[in-house]
Design a protein around this ligand. Structure first.
Ligand code: ATP
Ligand code: MG
Ligand code: FE
Length: 343
């Protein structure tokens, strides 16, 4: 099926077009620069930017894919989770397109779309697989059998998301927003010299939180370390702190993801979400998975961060599996749970 997907859950206006698992267009207009001076995404600013970018981004996607709107078989849109006002722009736009074209509409979960996008690069998802979703707002381990029917959450962060930790530590180190890519870059020039804590990995914590994550203690440890340096009047070795922090995050993510795969007897592990773009995470997980006989799939970095292609990919899967389309009065749900894959 030829499906157009719209993503507006945060600050990226994404429009993607796929035919089945083939990517035809992936156009992203980001308002990130408008938010940078505030050190975080400003919801009202993001909503307005989506409104301005929507029509031109849809037009660009059609031009890139070489298709006309009338050729589409379905329209898919992120219905949640995300910023309420931002989601509303995407949902309203998708409804207008679907209604105007007389095509079915699929309101899908943003987090499930982060998983589905891998199909565009590596073909149909192996079933079952373990998916580790690591992004700006979420960090979860999921067992996936049929992504269009739902996912089984195995664990999640009990405080900060991994991407949130990257962004907060970047800020501590004086790096720009959003910090993840800057920490990644800084870390490449540094050495892992500081042994920062690995949250929820003690034997006692593992009893109750085997597949859960915690990153707020790590963030605080980095803050204390940096403060102590500053108090001593010594320069902060930004690259080494970045590398040591990143190592701690990746170590925990990789350990728990592989433990989940092993515990479930599942041989395929998929990693998705913005943090999956991290170069150290990608290298570490591939290396350690190989040692325990787990196959890893990670979409290319550009498909890990928010985009419309991921929504189109999940929409195409909904069509292929004969799922019932959403009603035209489907709501935007800012706190849509990960278990609700299709509204
Ligand atoms: P969610 O998907 O949970 O709703 P989101 O949509 O804001 O959150 P994504 O776009 O999926 O998040 O991911 C953005 C996050 O990924 C940010 O926290 C950003 O810093 C982080 N990130 C992006 N690239 C990298 C990288 N190379 N290394 C580490 N983190 C990264
Ligand atoms: Mg973003
Ligand atoms: Fe996201």
């Amino acid at each position: 099926p030829l499906v157009l997907g719209i993503e507006t859950s945060c600050d990226e206006t994404g429009v993607g077009i796929v035919r089945g698992t083939t990517l035809l267009a992936d156009e992203v207009a980001s308002s990130v620069e408008e938010h940078a001076r505030f050190g975080g995404v400003v919801p009202e600013v993001a909503s307005r930017a989506h409104l301005e970018a929507m029509v031109p981004t849809v037009e660009r996607a059609c031009a890139t894919a070489g298709v006309r709107l009338a050729d589409l078989d379905a329209v898919a849109v992120t219905s949640g989770p995300g910023l309420a006002g931002a989601l509303l722009v995407g949902v309203a736009s998708a409804k207008a397109l679907a209604l105007g074209l007389g095509k079915p509409l699929y309101g899908v979960n943003h987090l499930a779309a982060h998983v589905a996008v891998d199909q565009l690069e590596h073909g149909p998802l192996p079933e079952p697989c373990i998916a580790m979703l690591v992004s700006g707002g979420h960090s979860s381990l999921l067992r996936v059998t049929d992504l269009t029917a739902g996912v089984d959450p195995m664990g999640a962060t009990i405080d900060d998301a991994a991407g949130e930790a990257f962004d907060k530590v970047a800020r501590l180190l004086g790096l720009p927003f959003p910090g993840g890519p800057y920490v990644d870059r800084a870390a490449r020039e540094g050495t892992v010299t500081i042994d920062f804590p690995r949250g929820l990995t003690s034997r006692r914590d593992l009893e109750r939180h085997r597949f859960d994550f915690s990153f707020s203690g790590l963030k605080t440890a980095v803050a204390r370390w940096v403060e102590a340096k500053e108090r001593a009047g010594e320069p902060v070795p930004v690259a080494d702190v970045a590398a040591s922090f990143q190592e701690a995050v990746c170590d925990v993510l990789v350990r728990k993801a592989l433990d989940a795969a092993t515990a479930e007897g599942v041989e395929d592990l998929l990693v998705g979400g913005g943090v999956a773009a991290n170069s150290r995470l990608r290298a570490m997980i591939v290396e350690r998975a190989d040692r325990v006989g787990v196959r890893v799939r990670i979409p290319r970095p550009g498909l890990c961060t928010d985009n419309g292609a991921m929504v189109a990919a999940l929409g195409a899967e909904m069509v292929a599996r004969g799922r019932t389309p959403s009603a035209l009065d489907l709501p935007a749900d800012s706190s849509q749970p990960i278990t609700t894959v299709l509204v």
